[in-house]
Structure formats: C-alpha cells, structure tokens
Design a protein around this ligand. Structure first.
Ligand SMILES: *Cc1c(COP(=O)(O)O)cnc(C)c1O
Length: 478
C-alpha cells in the first residue's frame, strides 16, 4: 500500500483524536443528562415520521466529528431519562454503564472462546451467580448472558425439549407432536420460539388468564390430560413473572407444583420482573421461581443497564450444556467436559460482546442496594399512579399494578366499547406526536388500553398528575 494511505489508515486509530473527541462527547452527554433528568428538555419524544427520519439521515453529508452526529441523533431520539418518559419497558441507562459500554466497545473482546474474553468471561460468571443467588437458586445453578430476553426464552425452550423429549431431537429432528403450556398473556416471543422449533401452532397451548391476567393454574391439568389423550407430548410450562402488557405475576409456586407432579420443564420468563429479586420488599412476588428449571431475566428492563443484556439461568447448571450438543471442533478443542469458560458452547451466539461488564459496574461501584432502591421506587410510584387514576371518574384502571407497569383507559361518559377504543387510540396518537409525554398502548381482551411503564427515578407523582390532566384535555378535544 502507498505510504500516505497507510498513514491515513493508522491515523484513524489515533489515541489523541479519540481523547479530544471523547471529552467533547462526554460533555455533550453530561449536558443531555442534566437537562433531561430535570425535565428541562421540553419533549420526552421529539417525534418524527419514519419518512422524515429516513429523508434526514439518508441525505446527511459527511461530518467532521462524531460529536455533530451525536447532537443530531440526540435531537431526534426518544429520551428515556426524561421524567415524562413512561413508555416501553426499556430503562434509562445508569451513566456508569454507558462509560462501561465505551470500554466494552473499544476493547471489543469477542467472548466466543475463553481467550477472546478472559476478564469478560469471569465477570459474566460472577453476574450470573449474583442473580442466581438473589433468585434463591441452589449453589450449582449456572447459566450465561445472551442477547435479549427473546433469545434467552428460545434457548430455554430448546433445553427443555432436549431434556424432555424421548428421543434425540438434535440428531433426528422432531418426531411426534410436542407442546408447551403458556398463558394468553405471555410475551409473543414464546409463541415465536415454539414455531422456530418446528412445533407449529399446536406447539403453543394457550391457557386463559384470570381477571389479573395471571395464568389460570387450575386449567393446567385439564389441558395436559386432553393433550396426552390426543397423543401430544407436553414438554413443560412457561410462567410469566411478570407479563409484558400488564405486569402480572403468574403463580410460580402452583406452576412448580404442577411441573414437579408430572415431571415437566418449568421455565420462568422473568425477563421484566426478575429485577424484583434485588428488593427484599418485593422479592416475594417471585415466590416459586427458585424451583424453575430455567429463568430468563433482562438487565435492560428494570436493572438500569443498556440494551441488550439478558441472562438465562438453569437451576441444575449442567442442563445449560445440553441445548447445543453439536461440536464446533475448531473452537472447543473437542472437550466434552462442562467448561464454564467456553461460553459459546452454551449460547446461540458465537461472537458476543462483554455484556456482563456494564451490570458488574453497577454492582461494584454503586452496589446492589441501588438496584433495590430503583425497583422499590418504581413499584411504589405505580401504586401512587393507580390511586390517581382511580380518583378520576373519566378513567378506568385495568388492574392494581404488581410491578411498574400501569394500564388504564379513558372512558368518559360513554359505555360504547368501540367509541372507547377510538378515543384511546386518538389520545395516544396525539400525545406521541405532541411529544411532551411518551406512553404506549396495548390490547387487553380485544380492547385498546393506554400502557405506561414507570421507568426512571425522575418521574414524580406530580409529573403523573400532569400526564393525566393533559390526557383528559386531549379526550375533551377528540
Ligand atoms: C420484554 C420481554 C421479553 C422480550 O425480551 P427482549 O429483551 O426484548 O428480547 C420477553 N418476555 C417478557 C415477559 C418481556 O417483558
């Protein structure tokens, strides 16, 4: 290569340029944090239609600095640290985790095999153990981190099938109908995972929920018996802790009893609510989770960590090695021993970033007490918000919140369900386009409800009263 070009290539890695730009970027982000957490930024979501966003970003010219690009991204992105952000379940990243992310990305340790992520691999094991202990699991519980709750759930169901099926599915493929029992309030990724596994629609046996949107555990046994009579092999049950739409916790103890009685796999989808394990006050909502064969938990939902970071933990750690029993000899030196330090033997991912470091930083710099404070503040705020909603005659609460998710709707004077749907849809659209508050919507038993996830410690009861005032104003105008 020509010498100038080679120098240009090397200069792109300049440590000095990185230092200079890095300081400017951190200054910019620190200002963003200060302005948003105080609510000085006027909007929680500066909404742009998809076509407008595409027009802007596809036609933007070259930039002298990442700082200019960052400024534009910030001006056009939803603001999770804003007190008016009460939207989806993703939490505002704790600043220390964003600094950790910088390190993770620059070091770029690939983690597929031990040498490619020595510190990261040991850190990951520590994080998994910390969570397993909080969940009340035995000492030999073990698992790994993976890219999102959806992938954690799929991996758990693959392990369930490997363990429960009477033949070697890995070698021979599916033989005979297999099914998982799961509630109608479960996250859609469970349905998707079962279909990916080639089990089709029959593979997802949906059990109805009660008035609190919890799995009706009294219906598990009749469903199982009906399936067995039809020649279907039931692999296990997925319990939600909590469900995505309403934040409802299934009765995990009843599910554990049922699974034990029939030797079925019990997977707990604690992707959202597993965070409550960090609070002495709220841990009891997860009672029974310590008996699950596998538990999925996200760190980016309620545990202050940036996307994506999830764990899949097995009560009997050895089970975590069964999912992918195929050998990749060039990676793993043909060992059949359980090697905790070669993580890719157990994960779907080959290359994976050092995702445990961000959460590890929270544990080591702030301590787990901060996680407890966070979880408790948000769950208590949800109770306050529910009280506020109940006090307004125009509004209806879907159910008493069990975590930090609150669903409600505007009903006003009408009893016409179609009219109520129409109103709530319009209210939500108007609010998002206006951008002052960010909330979402969900469908419960066929009706449209407004859905909020109380996500950050900057949201106070006053902000929530402001949201309800605004909402009633929109309703009057609709
Ligand atoms: C969010 C969520 C998922 C999906 O997790 P991702 O990290 O978004 O893939 C699965 N289950 C439940 C209960 C959830 O709330």
């Amino acid at each position: 290569m020509d010498c100038d070009l080679h120098q240009k290539l090397q200069a792109a890695y300049s440590g000095e340029a990185f230092r200079e730009e890095g300081h400017r970027l951190v200054d910019l982000l620190a200002d963003y944090l200060a302005a948003n957490t105080k609510g000085d930024a006027t909007q929680a979501i500066p909404y742009r239609a998809p076509d407008k966003a595409w027009e802007y970003w596809s036609s933007r010219g070259p930039s002298p600095s990442v700082v200019d690009l960052a400024r534009d991204v910030m001006a056009q992105s939803v603001r999770l640290h804003h007190p008016h952000y009460v939207g989806h379940q993703i939490n505002p990243a704790l600043p220390v985790t964003a600094l950790a992310a910088l390190l993770v990305d620059l070091l770029n340790n690939g983690m597929g095999v031990y040498e490619m992520g020595m510190a990261g691999t040991a850190i990951e094991r520590y994080v998994v153990r910390e969570v397993a202990t909080r969940l009340g699991m035995p000492d030999d519980a073990d698992g790994f981190l993976t890219s999102g709750g959806s992938l954690a759930n799929l991996t758990a169901l693959l392990a369930a099938r490997a363990h429960q099926a009477s033949h070697d599915v890995w070698q021979e493929g599916n033989r005979g109908p297999l099914a998982i029992l799961v509630s109608d309030a479960a996250h859609y990724c469970v349905d998707r995972a079962v279909r990916i596994m080639g089990l089709g629609q029959l593979g997802v046996q949906v059990i109805p929920t009660n008035a609190q949107f919890q799995l009706r555990t009294d219906l598990l046994e009749p469903a199982r018996r009906r399936l067995v009579d039809q020649g279907v092999t039931v692999l296990g049950v997925v319990g939600s802790a909590c469900s995505t739409s309403t934040g409802s916790f299934d009765d995990l103890t009843a599910i554990a009893d049922f699974c034990e009685r029939h030797q079925l796999w019990f997977h707990a989808d604690a992707v959202h609510g597993g965070a409550l394990a960090f609070s002495d006050k709220y841990r009891s909502r997860l009672a029974g989770i310590e008996r699950a064969d596998s538990v999925a938990i996200d760190f980016h939902k309620m545990l202050m960590t940036p996307t994506l970071c999830s764990a899949l933990i097995f009560r009997r750690g050895g089970q975590s090695y069964r999912t992918f029993s195929q050998q990749a000899d060039y990676l793993f030196a043909q060992s059949s021993e359980p090697e905790w330090f070669n993580l890719a033997r157990r994960t779907f991912e080959c290359t994976k970033n050092m995702m445990g470091f961000k959460f590890y930083c929270i544990l080591k710099t702030h301590g787990p007490e901060l996680l407890a404070l966070h979880v408790e503040y948000l769950c208590e705020l949800a109770q306050t918000f529910a009280d506020q909603i109940r006090q307004r005659t125009n509004l209806e609460l879907a159910m008493q919140p069990q975590a930090n998710i609150v669903c409600f709707r505007y009903v006003g004077a009408t009893r016409d369900e179609q009219e109520i749907d129409r109103l709530n849809k319009i209210i939500r659209e108007k609010m998002v386009k206006d951008g002052k508050y960010y909330l979402v919507q969900t469908t419960l038993r066929g009706a449209i409800w407004l859905r909020t996830t109380l996500s950050n410690p900057f949201t106070t009861p006053d902000h929530l009263q402001g949201l309800l005032d605004e909402l009633e104003r929109y309703a009057r105008e609709s």
